[in-house]
Design a protein around this ligand. Sequence first.
Ligand SMILES: [Zn+2]
Ligand SMILES: [Zn+2]
Length: 135
Amino acid sequence: MGSKFTFTCPNCSFSLGVWDEGGMAYIKDPKGKKHPIIHPGEMETIEFCARQYPEAAGMNQTELLAFAEKHIVIRLQGMCLDCAKLFTGEEGPTPKKCRSCKSPNTIWLSHIGGKRCPKCKQGHFPEEGRFSAIS
Ligand SMILES: [Zn+2]
Ligand SMILES: [Zn+2]
C-alpha cells in the first residue's frame, strides 16, 4: 500500500514518479539470496526465509518475526542529479559516485523535492509532489 507522487520540472517537464514509502523490502535467506516481500503473502515469505536459518529452530512466531527483521533490507530508488541516471541501492547513505558519470550528487528519490532538475539543469522540482496514484 502506498501513494505515488509525481515531481515535474517546471522548466522542461521532465517528471518522476515517487512512491511515498520509497522502496522495496527484501528478506535475505541464509545463502544471501534476496526474496521480495510482496503483499499479499508477505508473512509467508518472511517466515519461509527466517525458518531456513539454523538459529530460528524452535522459535515461536513472535520470536521468529523479531529475528527476521534483522535480515530485511530495503532497496530504494535513487537518481544522479547530474546525468539523471536512476539506480537502486540499500537503505542508508546514497552511493558516493554515480556509476554513469561519477558525480557525487546522488540522492534517493524520496528527497527529490526542491532539487535541481538533472535534465535541463535549470528548473527545480517542486518541494511537494503532485499526488497521482494509490496502490
Ligand atoms: Zn528540467
Ligand atoms: Zn551521473
